[in-house]
Design a binder for this molecule. Structure first.
Ligand code: F6P
Length: 350
């Protein structure tokens, strides 16, 4: 069997560990040929497809490395129009691909699902630091991102304390607050603001004023998709033609401007941005990514195509790609971590 592998969407620590596990399993167990597609779907959308054979040696020594050896694209859309679909289908046939392992987030899974209509079968591996893919309670990359944000909060705390400031730290996560919630808890944030709970500026100001009197500094951890009640999302830019054209970012500055007039302390904002996506994966993410890659290879060999690997109740499984396409897993308001945060006195901005 000849199997293509690509990484789509934003990068994420652990992608190389998946590429390694998929390739080694397919070569070792299935005696397959594995072709790495460069720069996500973009590599299949050009007159001469950009591919390279992945051998055992090429995927050795990459387990611990961040990023993706194959490159990625978060704007390439193989279903953009009929001409692009025909080109992708022609390229896949010319390469002799029986199936494509697609490692990506919810947008990439939707594309993988749609590719069946042009005759290209896919197996999906969920990837995102946001931890927001349906049917997957933990995606690799999330643990690493939480560790990075936790470290940042820890560093911010000492300077906030010295200057008696209110420090706002913005995390990624799009419309899901998992990174802000877990890192906020791990990093000792006083206020955690999530996309799932619109904030009330009066409530945030009140908590900061209480702390002005006692601790004299406050740490606020806010997810980029958060917004004030009645306000709209803070959009950094739109990338037209991309599967998800809206790029978020900058909500920490919006909150800073709203909050400053209510307080005596100086309010400062830090946007962590792509720091959260970079760096080497934690041991947890290396293991999870390896398990995901191994299961993807098993799905390929069993010809269970059109499915995505999942993690539910600690067990690796799979679901139909159609069941995850464009679905998102946000933080449920009755989640145990929400209750825990509130019960230990953390404000959720309301
Ligand atoms: O989905 C992963 C993610 O890192 C989001 O948390 C973030 O909003 C987005 O990607 C950023 O994408 P880009 O690299 O295009 O700015």
């Amino acid at each position: 069997m000849r199997v293509g592998v690509l990484t789509g969407g934003g990068d994420c620590p652990g992608l190389n560990a998946v590429i390694r596990a998929v390739t080694k399993s397919l070569i070792g167990q299935g005696q397959c040929e594995v072709m790495g597609i460069e720069d996500g779907f973009q590599g299949l959308m050009e007159a001469s497809p950009r591919v390279r054979e992945l051998t055992w040696d090429q995927v050795s020594g990459i387990l611990h490395r961040g990023g993706t050896i194959l490159g990625t694209s978060n704007s390439a859309n193989p279903l953009r129009d009929d001409a692009t679909k025909a080109l992708v289908s022609r390229n896949a046939k010319a390469l002799g691909l029986d199936v494509l392992v697609v490692i990506g987030g919810d947008g990439t899974m939707s594309l993988a699902h749609g590719l069946a209509d042009v005759g290209l079968h896919c197996v999906g591996v969920p990837k995102t630091i946001d931890n927001d893919i349906a049917h997957c309670e933990r995606s690799f990359g999330f643990d690493t991102a939480v560790a990075t944000v936790t470290d940042a909060l820890h560093r911010i705390e000492s300077t906030a304390n010295s200057h008696h400031r209110v420090m706002i730290v913005e995390t990624m996560g799009r419309h899901a607050g998992w990174i802000a919630l877990e890192a906020g808890l791990a990093g000792g944030a006083d206020i955690i603001v999530l996309p799932e709970i619109d904030y009330d500026i009066a409530a945030i100001a009140l908590r900061c004023r209480e702390r002005e009197l006692r601790q004299r500094y406050t740490i606020i951890c806010i997810g980029e998709g958060a917004k004030e009640s009645g306000a709209s999302l803070t959009v950094r830019e739109r990338v037209e033609g991309s599967p998800d054209p809206v790029r978020l970012g900058g909500v920490a500055h919006v909150l800073r401007e709203r909050l400053q007039p209510h307080l005596k302390s100086e309010v400062r904002a830090t946007v962590l941005g792509h720091l959260q996506r970079g760096g080497d994966p934690t041991p947890f993410d290396r293991v999870l990514a390896t398990r995901f890659g191994h299961r993807a290879a098993q799905l390929v060999l069993a010809r269970e195509w059109g499915r995505m690997v999942t993690l539910q109740h600690g067990e690796i499984g799979s679901v139909a790609l159609g069941d995850v396409a464009n679905a998102q897993r946000t933080v449920p308001l009755d989640h145990e971590l929400i209750t825990t945060a509130l019960d230990i006195g953390i404000s959720l901005g309301r």
